[in-house]
Structure formats: C-alpha cells, structure tokens
Design a protein around this ligand. Structure first.
Ligand code: NAD
Length: 351
C-alpha cells in the first residue's frame, strides 16, 4: 500500500534524520513533515530532501486542532510518526506549561485528529509515538529500564512525555486505535541543537568557552547515534506489534564528565592543541534541580523481536559528530545567534 505518512517534528534533531531516511528509502511513500519551526526546528536540517518528489513540508502547530484536521484531509494521511515535542529538560524547569501545551495537549490533538480521520477503519492506520527513557525516572541501584518498568517521571519534561505516552495507550485501549510507542535513550549526532551536552561542548571547546558541567558530572546516560535511532524507528514502524512498547538504547553508558573529557581529548587532537588544553575549560555549575542520577535502557526486546542493533560504536559516532560540527560552522552560526545567546546567558550567565 502506498502510504502517506505524517511525521511531526521533522525539522528537529531526530525528526530530520527520520525524514531523510524515509524519503530516501521509500520513494513510494509520501512523507509529510509537520513542524511549527520553534527555536529547535530548522529547515536547514532537511537540505538533503528539499525538492524530493515524495516530500512535503507543512508549517503547523500541533496545538492547533483545525490545522491538523486540514492536513490529514489535504494529504490523505494513512499513518503517523509523532516526534514533535518540547524536548529540553532545563527549559521544562523554567517553563513547564509550554511542555504541557505541546507534549500533552498537542499529542491529544493529534490523537483526536487521527481518530476522527481514520474512524472508518482505525485498525488499518498506525499512530506511532516516539518517546524517551526519561519517563522511567532515575536508576539508583543498578539494573536497567525494561518495557515493563513502572513510570516514575522526575522532571516536568519527563512528566509531560509520560503523560503523552499514557494518552496514546489510553486511546488504543478505549477507541481501539492501532498504536505503538518507543522509548529511547539519549541521542547524539549531526543537527543536534547546541543547548544539549555533546554539541554544546563541541561548540564551546572550539570557541575556547567554559564547559558547564552540572554538579560533579557523575550523572550517567546511555547514548545512541541518532541515525541508529532513525533505523530503529523505521523497524518499529514497519514491524512493531500493535499496542507494544519498544525500548531503544545503545548499551553505552557514560558519566557526563567522562563524555566531556573524551570530547576535550578528541578536539585537542583535531584542533592541533596541546593535550589537556581543552579540559581546562571544564567549569562545574550548580546541579540541575531534581537531576536524575542514571538512565540505562535494556534494548533486548527490539534486538530479539525486530533484529535491530546499533550500527556504530560510540567512538566512531563521536568522531562523525565532531567532524560534522567542525565542517558545518554556518549551521552553528545560524542556530547560536540571537535567541540562543539570551537563553544561554540566562542559564549559565554571560560567557
Ligand atoms: P527537538 O527539540 O530537536 O525537535 C523538536 C521538533 O518539534 C522541532 O522541529 C520543533 O520545531 C517541533 N515542535 C515543537 N513544538 C511543536 C509544536 N507545538 N507543533 C509542531 N511542532 C513542534 O527534539 P528531538 O531531540 O529531535 O526529539 C524528538 C522526539 O524524540 C521528542 O518527542 C523527544 O521527546 C524524543 N526523544 C528525544 C531524545 C533525544 O535524545 N533527543 C531521546 C529520546 C526521545
């Protein structure tokens, strides 16, 4: 069947890689990218697919129910992959309501639009919600997050994503919509907005600016290359079982401070600096309020049931990522001008 897939948040970090993969791999599908182009959305991320005959961009806000209905009708949408979200934990601490509006209210709007448009044959159309491992809370005593781990969100961001996951499952149960949810660990790679740890450090090391590290840098995250997440989304979309949840992760845990030191060492080499130069930029800052200690995903289910596994070792992915940022200065200049400067100095003070 020729599908017309609505992908929300396609101008963001992960969405742009998902769009590129689907547009290039599935020429028979029509890929409709719906994005409000917030500070995190950037059409420059999609240069590779601009002009492709199976790609369409629609600027719209998922808070706008009428706009969603119109887009479903205009493009005869058959399936949906939902990534649009407010995604930055620090922003959720200063402005929780905007996370409720987009992540909760916006998701329910999309569910309603899909339910209404597909009402004649709900079971033939898939609503796929892309979510985060942060919904499971924080691990303190070892172990891993499983698909069956109880939700225990600790930040306004994760609370909003947990809520949206619950709504998706509630719509499956109540209205018999065909849904699937995946919960992924931290992504890194090209197109990542430089408010997040890895691109922020690359940008600041290059410009000899302080590297803000929360607390003692002891927090542990599992990291996955963004294109491997996009591949996993492709597999879950095509082969995931209705109503199921899939955890996606890299089995690749790092303390924040160790990632920062790795980036410093690699960048010293690439920039021709004496070893140890960039580490001097590390600046410990007051810990994030309610900072979760450790996230770690058990991705056994998606590996065993769908045959997915990460294609890249972390060090390879980090090399690709650093090189991408060093070779895409214009992209960085655009996203770090204006509003980004104001946001950055509010969070860390003027640098
Ligand atoms: P991002 O912030 O880079 O991109 C979000 C995109 O959504 C942007 O293009 C933005 O313009 C768009 N958007 C925001 N509000 C919107 C609205 N109201 N209407 C329409 N579009 C809107 O985020 P990301 O890192 O690419 O994350 C994408 C999804 O994956 C999110 O749902 C996030 O929770 C989830 N996720 C992210 C990670 C990660 O490490 N980045 C890990 C697991 C899951």
């Amino acid at each position: 069947m020729n599908k017309s897939i609505l992908i929300t948040g396609g101008a963001g970090f992960i969405g742009s890689h998902v769009i590129q993969l689907f547009v290039e791999k599935y020429p028979a599908y029509t890929i409709v990218n719906l994005d409000a182009l917030t500070y995190a959305g950037n059409l420059e991320n999609l240069k590779a697919v601009e002009g492709a005959s199976n790609y369409i961009f629609e600027k719209a806000d998922i808070q706008d129910a009428d706009a969603l209905t119109a887009i479903f009708e205009k493009h005869n949408i058959t399936d949906l992959i939902h990534l649009a979200a407010e995604s930055h934990v620090d922003r959720s601490i200063t402005d929780p309501l905007s996370f409720v509006k987009t992540n909760v209210f916006g998701t329910v709007n999309l569910l309603n639009a899909a339910k209404e448009f597909w009402k004649e044959n709900l079971s033939e159309h898939l609503f796929y919600h892309v979510s985060t491992d942060e919904v499971y809370g924080s691990l303190h005593d070892g172990g891993f997050f499983l698909e069956t781990t109880a939700y225990d969100p600790q930040s306004p961001y994760s609370a909003s994503k947990a809520s949206s996951d619950h709504f998706v499952r509630a719509y499956a149960n109540t209205y018999k919509m065909k849904t699937v949810v995946s919960n992924c660990s931290n992504n890194y790679g090209p197109n990542h907005f430089p408010e997040k740890l890895i691109p922020l450090c690359i940008h600041n090391i290059k410009n000899n600016k302080p590297l803000p590290v929360y607390g003692k840098g002891e927090n542990v995250r599992d990291w996955l290359f963004v294109k491997d997440h996009a591949r996993a989304i492709d597999m879950v979309f095509h082969h995931g079982k209705e109503g199921e949840t899939y955890n996606i992760g890299g089995f690749n845990e790092w303390k924040n401070i160790d990632i920062v030191k790795l980036l410093c060492a690699k960048m010293d080499g690439k920039l021709g600096r004496e070893a140890g130069t960039s580490e001097k930029l590390i600046t410990y800052v007051k810990d994030r309020a309610g900072h979760d200690l450790r996230y770690a995903i058990d991705a056994t289910k998606i590996q065993q049931e769908l045959g997915w596994e990460p294609s890249l070792q972390f060090e390879e992915g980090i090399e690709i990522t650093i090189d991408w940022y060093l070779n895409n200065q214009e992209w960085l200049d655009h996203v770090t001008s204006g509003a980004y400067q104001e946001y950055y100095s509010e969070l860390y003070g003027k640098r």
